[in-house]
Design a protein around this ligand. Structure first.
Ligand code: NDP
Ligand code: DXP
Ligand code: MN
Length: 382
């Protein structure tokens, strides 16, 4: 049976690679709903190719423009449009791949509508992991990891209960500045920060990888997806991004998932699970050619964002919501050239220090904490 897919974040790095996967297996998948932001040129191409029933864009003017060009497609817009595409779609799976905690409400609506979620949008789980996983349990849907590390953990668990695992080991490339000391980070440029050694990804995630906030977000994501306490989640620097992550069991066995760094592999697995399809166009792993794999401990003084994320995760409640929102805002300021790269973690930590944590927030409280944290960062750099 053809699987119907609703794709949120269609024009982004994960979105366009999801379209690649669908293109390669038209007898398996059909995209019926799309959501994007401002990249109307790319969206036009994707609409032409996939012929969806409904599409959401950010601006009302773009929705009107595209309605004229594609009369058979229904267009909606803005935050409500994004939620409508997620909630109304009759898709078998919703690929949640917008960037940022903007993905939270549509993902929750999709879960409440009984859709399985292929979750790339890690910020949703960091902002409100307890709420999202509780909704998933209540509605009996699957949260299928797309993030490469979490797909690796999921595959390494291979049906075993996460409780049986003793330790999750997330691998980290070290990001664009892994060969620089903390002092050498002074004055680094946006272009340098965007030059990831192994992966081609959206800009926000590439900056997060350089601060290692990405790994911090992923630790929190793993905690929620696999129910693992923080003191049993480790991070290991592995420059090559060939081992995507590992699970250690009580008998000392370690299961790992390896492969070429190509996000179409975990995207496809989330869409085909529990089956697998052949993958055209992904380079097969040739370990003899690679020769050597490297591993290193993480120095939390070099990467304070990872320490901040572990602390926020252990605190729980709105601490992770606030950390995520402050980080999104600080990364945005860096991308606008308004702050230095080395100011990102300090801003996040200052906002967290001033925040009075609410331990079991409802969705309204999460959204309010998120928006206040964004404002706090902006106030600090005025
Ligand atoms: N890229 C990767 O390899 C990986 C990504 N992820 C996660 O997946 C998510 C997406 O990442 P990535 O694809 O790299 O990001 P990109 O920046 O490449 O894409 C972001 C997507 O979100 C859309 N978007 C942004 N703002 C809005 C808005 N206001 N309304 C609707 N859509 C909006 C963008 O639309 P537009 O461009 O049209 O404005 C775009 O389609 C992130 O959470 C990231 O952490 C996880 C693992 C790997
Ligand atoms: C491809 C992917 O999953 C990214 O989240 C990736 O993990 C970034 O790599 P590092 O954060 O390890 O640099
Ligand atoms: Mn990842």
């Amino acid at each position: 049976m053809v699987k119907k897919i609703s794709l949120l974040g269609a024009t982004g790095s994960i979105g366009t690679q999801t379209v690649d996967v669908v293109r390669e297996a038209p007898d398996q998948f059909k995209i019926t709903a799309l959501a994007a932001g401002k990249n109307i040129g790319k969206l036009r191409e994707i609409i032409r190719e996939t012929e969806p029933e409904i599409v959401s864009v950010d601006a009302p003017a773009d929705a009107t423009l595209l309605s004229g060009e594609f009369p058979k497609v229904e267009f909606v817009h803005g935050r409500e449009g994004l939620i409508e595409v997620a909630a109304r779609s009759d898709a078998d799976v919703v690929v949640s791949a917008v960037v940022g905690s903007l993905g939270l409400e549509p993902t929750i609506e999709a879960i409440r509508n009984g859709r399985n979620i292929a979750i790339a949008n890690k910020e949703t789980l960091v902002a409100a992991g307890d709420i999202v996983t509780a909704e998933a349990r209540r509605h009996g849907i699957s949260l299928l990891p797309v993030d490469s590390e979490h797909s690796a953990l999921f595959q390494s668990l291979n049906g075993e209960k996460a409780e049986r695992a003793e330790r999750l080991i997330l691998t980290a490339s070290g990001g664009s500045f892994r060969d620089k000391t903390r002092d050498e980070l002074e004055g680094v440029t946006i272009e340098q920060a965007l030059d990831h050694p192994n992966w081609s990804m959206g800009s926000k995630l590439t900056i997060d990888s350089a601060t290692m906030m990405n790994k911090g977000l992923e630790v929190i994501e793993a905690h929620h997806l696999f129910g693992m306490p923080y003191d049993r989640i480790d991070v290991l620097i592995h420059r090559e991004s060939i081992i995507h992550s590992m699970v250690e069991f009580a008998d000392t066995s370690v299961m790992a998932q390896l492969g070429s760094p190509d996000m179409r592999v975990p995207i496809q697995y989330a869409l085909t699970w529990p089956d697998r399809l052949p993958r055209k166009g992904t380079e097969r792993l040739d370990l003899a050619k690679i020769g050597t794999l490297h591993f290193e401990e993480v120095d939390l003084n070099r990467y304070p964002a990872l320490r901040i994320a572990f602390e926020a995760g252990r605190t729980g409640g709105t601490a992770t919501t606030v950390m995520n929102a402050a980080n999104e805002t600080a990364v945005g300021l860096f991308m606008e050239g308004r702050i230095a790269f080395t100011e990102i973690e300090g801003l996040v930590e200052r906002v967290l220090d001033r925040h009075a944590v609410i331990s079991s927030p409802d969705l309204g409280t999460v959204l309010e904490a998120d928006s206040l944290a964004r404002k706090s960062v902006l106030d600090m750099v005025k």
